[in-house]
Ligand binder design. Structure first.
Ligand code: 5GP
Length: 188
């Protein structure tokens, strides 16, 4: 054992910017970041097609999520679009102690809580190449009605304004470049 603690990286950014694409890439190509552990959040939302319990999320009922909060089991947790999402405190600590880097893909509220917790973390904001591109991506999903889109855009505007709170901003032009930038940060 080298005794090296892993690095904790937080990847945040507006809805639709492509955070989950980055995480999917890291899951599919583990050799690009050896020693990385992708944190698995708990959520009260239902699994989407193809999502596996324990891999993409740990899917909890409201009562189970309440119980986890009461045990102080979350490093941070937040409400997002009507559901709750939280980062498992003990697993993150265990992986860091074992020397693995840990990546949290969480929303802005969560990133703020991680920073406030005092746990040493590098906060990375994933920014869209442009506002127009973000709007295109949000609309491109094509699954939501106008009210939902409006709320998403308002939320995205707020989230973009928060980028100064982060240690680093990476522009998401190409997923491979984002991954290289993250690996470089973890090694810095
Ligand atoms: P989705 O439901 O699309 O998978 O995720 C919705 C949002 O929840 C995304 O912005 C994602 O980054 C965020 N999220 C996922 N897991 C967590 C978590 O553990 N904590 C927080 N604060 N946000 C999370």
């Amino acid at each position: 054992m080298s005794g090296r603690l892993g690095r904790l990286l937080v990847l945040s950014g507006p809805s639709g910017v492509g955070k989950s694409t980055v995480v999917r890439h890291l899951r599919d190509f583990p050799t690009e970041w050896p020693g990385l552990w992708l944190s698995v959040s708990a959520t009260t939302r239902a699994p989407r097609a193809g999502e596996i319990d324990g891999t993409h999320y740990t899917f909890l009922s409201d009562a189970q999520f309440d119980e986890a909060i009461s045990r102080n089991a979350f490093l941070e947790w937040a409400n997002f679009a009507g559901y709750r999402y939280g980062t498992p405190r003990d697993l993150v600590a265990e992986e860091l102690s074992a020397g693995r880097d840990v990546l949290l893909e969480i929303d802005l509220q969560g990133a703020r809580q991680v920073r406030a917790s005092g746990i040493g973390a590098t906060l990375v904001f994933l920014a869209p190449p442009s506002w127009e591109e973000l709007v295109r991506r949000l609309l491109g999903r094509g699954t939501e009605d106008e009210g939902v889109i409006e709320r998403r855009l308002a939320h995205a505007r707020e989230e973009l304004a928060a980028q100064d709170e982060f240690d680093h901003v990476i522009v998401n032009s190409e997923v491979g470049e984002v991954v290289s930038a993250l690996v470089a940060l973890a090694q810095s």
